[in-house]
Design a protein around this ligand. Sequence first.
Ligand code: UDP
Ligand code: MG
Length: 218
Amino acid sequence: MELSVIIPVFNEEETIDELQEALFRNLRDLDRSWEVIFVDDGSRDSSPDKLEKIVDEDPEHFLLICLRRNFGQTAAIAAGIDHATGNIIVLMDADMQNDPADIPALLEKIDEGYDVVSGWRIQRKDKFFTRTLPSRIANGLISWVTNVKLHDYGCTLKAYRREVLTGFRLYGEMHRFIPAYAGYVGARIIEVPVKHHPRRFGKTNYGLERTLKVILDL
Ligand code: UDP
Ligand code: MG
């Protein structure tokens, strides 16, 4: 397998069909084999049923892992990575704030020889005081502490060469630090601007308290 796209899902029933269509549209013409791994993180809505239907219709491209309860985004991502068979791993969110149309551009940079291609939401569409501003401060802090300088650690949409993802266990809020771990093993990292859309359905699972958790993890 050349590409695994891993998507944690928690109560995202309104966007799942649109997400699947957008993924298919952007991945089908790639000149490489691909799979999408949905990880249902204990959703309490119809997300698991919708995902199951997608997998039944196209089991060659779509896989579903169901966690027994809600473990959080980092644990869901870790489960996805454990099951992924691709040489390239792309992580993204399920709520269509990330855009599958950006995936080809990330892959191009991997093909150029980079090990981590980090999505950077240049025009972020989240609330300024509770999300964008704290995140800017967190990015500065993480860059300073880890010495891996990135503008947008919090953007899930990133592509990784598989071998830089082994050798550490993700817990807490740590999926954000994956590029820093990769940096420690010598990964070549580049940032690429990606689109960002406002959340149209459901609501964010996070507020200011997450910044505190991220800092504790750091
Ligand atoms: N998510 C998850 N488990 C959780 C919380 C969130 O799998 O306990 C998923 C969620 O469905 C989405 C992604 O993680 O695909 C990012 O969550 P969210 O959109 O709430 O975060 P934000 O975009 O506000 O940072
Ligand atoms: Mg979101």
